[in-house]
Design a protein around this ligand. Structure first.
Ligand code: ZN
Ligand code: ZN
Length: 586
């Protein structure tokens, strides 16, 4: 059967990448396409090409329906297995199922499937007992060579991290196994906009007023506690009203407005300031029928304002939306892109989508996902080249006016060595082991991640810096300083390093560069860390060291032990992350 649609070139590329990948291996793979890229067409084409049984899973019935409709538009017939859609068919070659219904009826999936496609696959985790885990386990038990393909716009989740381990462009997202082993195809949002597949966003600064959520802390999943948010919002009662007045005013020339609220209480307040006849509210508690009706009326433009609390970020499709107001905080670039993505679909007469961030999220829409929580508000993604393999890493960091990286938070190079995605994958890809921040193993000197408990090379325990500090603080003859800076000088041809403690304490140590041992210690401690380890050097003389003094990194803590007449520096703790406050830190 020939396709009724001509696939866009990138959709065809995604299909080709999938076929090529599964010809080489059964490892689970993921395709990353921005919202609005037409994932359902890629799925339909794969289903069309498949010769054996395949199952397509989605988490909401709207997506099950959409994917099924695209497939049937090929003139083919596929089954739907979804209680919400009141259909439980799975005797056809292709079945479109909701994850809830499929996992609740495992015995209905006891024939052999060759391919499982999971839409919005970032919801998947490693848990075998999750709904996804159960259905994958069931299908694998019938076919150990089952191929699993995921599709998503956001391959990253706060708290869980990346959903895949290796990227086809030759880098690792994690040194641990993930639900999907490879990302085999990815397109950025900017490509889609540039090529005219999506409407350009018109991101405007909220000039009147905005929320300041920066004082709130998140849990380990990157979420804010609802009570904290409500409390903060309650302290500034006029802010929401002023914001909504502006939204209302700007909406005058707009077709459809989506407002993303922080909490249910907040959403209710927002609705109170908007014309009731034109406004709908959807939360997690809205029942399905009411939700469907509201969305229908919004799509028919009978309602202008759609206020929601974290429910319409995926699987919702109203192309006419041309104004996105973000009134909720988020820690993730991906989530932010997904929110804005709701307004970027093409529609007749639509030339742009107004985007206003009232929550001070300060995300650049085109920034790549870094995969770590933004360490502080004035950091941006920066490119850091690996001095060992040359890979261009993306980390959080800061740049000067010329764009040079002055500080970054990267730990380990993500480059894959000698990686060629077109070759058969026989061996586990090898991640470059260059570390920008590290602690040395006291037993074998290998460099380890700053959070490592055991040395990756000799497996011996590495003392936790917090324990080191705790132990030293217990000793009468030890001194611990919170180092706020260091000064270099020369004394009798030796290098003198003076560490300054926050409370005016001072510790000195000397390096004699004519002695190979002392020179080596200086270079492993300081030479390697020059410019955040972006340009490590082996320094040969005291003069060499003094010439680059501003580029040297000082330790966060210095521990010394009392000798007869002086304090001898015993330990320098760099790249500290732990319970204690560092100098110059609040
Ligand atoms: Zn590298
Ligand atoms: Zn070791």
């Amino acid at each position: 059967m020939s396709a009724p649609f001509k696939l866009r070139p990138y959709q065809q590329d995604a299909v080709d990448a999938t076929l090529q990948h599964f010809r080489k291996t059964d490892d689970a793979a993921v395709i990353v396409l921005p919202t609005g890229a037409g994932k359902s067409l890629v799925i339909a084409e794969l289903a069309n090409l498949a010769k054996r049984k395949i199952l397509v899973l989605a988490h909401v019935k709207e997506l099950v329906e959409q994917n099924h409709a695209k497939y049937e538009s090929y003139g083919l017939s596929g089954g739907i297995f979804s209680a919400g859609l009141k259909r439980k068919e799975n005797d056809q070659q292709v079945t479109f199922a909701s994850i809830q219904s499929a996992s609740a009826n495992l015995d209905r999936f006891s024939t052999e499937y060759s391919l499982l496609i999971i839409d919005e696959c970032h919801r998947l985790n490693d848990d075998e007992n999750s709904q996804y885990g159960k259905i994958i386990g069931q299908l694998r038990s019938r076919n150990p060579r089952l191929k699993v393909l995921g599709l998503t716009a956001t391959p990253y989740r706060l708290g869980m991290g990346w959903i895949y381990q290796y990227h086809y462009r030759g880098f690792a997202r994690s040194s641990e196994a993930k639900p999907f082993k490879y990302c085999i195809y990815e397109l950025p949002l900017s490509f889609m906009i540039r090529k005219g597949y999506l409407t350009p966003p018109n991101c405007v600064d909220a000039t009147i007023t905005q929320y300041d959520f920066s004082a709130l802390t998140t849990n380990r999943f990157g979420n804010y506690a609802e009570t904290d948010v409500n409390q903060l919002l309650g302290k500034h009662p006029r802010v929401t009203e002023t914001i909504i007045e502006q939204v209302h005013e700007l909406a005058e020339t707009r077709q459809g407005v989506m407002i993303f609220a922080a909490t249910v209480k907040h959403a209710n307040e927002i609705c109170g300031y908007l014309p009731a006849a034109q406004t709908a509210l959807i939360t997690g508690a809205t029942d399905n029928k009411a939700r469907d009706q509201l969305i229908q009326r919004f799509k028919q433009k009978k309602l202008k304002f759609l206020v929601n609390v974290s429910v319409l970020t995926t699987g919702f499709d109203a192309p006419h939306v041309d104004f996105i107001a973000v009134l909720r905080p988020t820690q993730s670039v991906s989530l932010y892109q997904q929110i804005v993505g709701r307004g970027l679909r093409l529609a007749e007469g639509k030339t742009d989508c107004l985007v206003i961030d009232y929550a001070g999220n300060y995300f650049n829409l085109h920034h790549p996902e870094v995969g770590e929580k933004k360490p502080n508000p004035d950091t941006d993604p920066v490119q850091v080249f690996c001095p060992s393999c040359g890979f261009a890493n993306i980390f959080w960091g800061k740049t000067d006016a010329e764009g040079n990286v002055i500080e970054h938070y990267g730990r380990r190079c993500q480059g894959l060595l000698e990686f060629d995605p077109s070759q058969t994958i026989q061996q586990e890809p090898q991640q470059c082991d260059y570390r920008f921040r590290f602690k040395e193993c006291p037993h074998c000197n290998a460099e380890n991640d700053i959070a490592a408990r055991n040395c990756h090379r000799c497996k011996m325990a590495i003392i936790d810096p917090d324990d080191q500090l705790k132990n030293a603080l217990k000793l009468k003859d030890a001194m611990v300083i919170r180092c706020s800076g260091m000064v270099l000088s020369t004394e009798q041809a030796r290098l003198k390093v003076t560490y300054h403690g926050e409370e005016g304490e001072e510790l000195n140590e000397y390096f004699d560069f004519t002695k190979p041992g002392q020179k080596a210690i200086f270079n492993t401690q300081f030479g390697k860390r020059i410019a955040n380890a972006q340009t490590p050097k082996t320094l040969q003389s005291v003069a060499d060291v003094l010439a680059i003094e501003p580029q040297l990194t000082a330790p966060d803590f210095v521990i010394a032990r009392k000798q007869k007449h002086y304090w001898r520096v015993q330990e320098r703790i760099f790249d500290y992350e732990g319970r204690h406050r560092k100098a110059n830190q609040l």
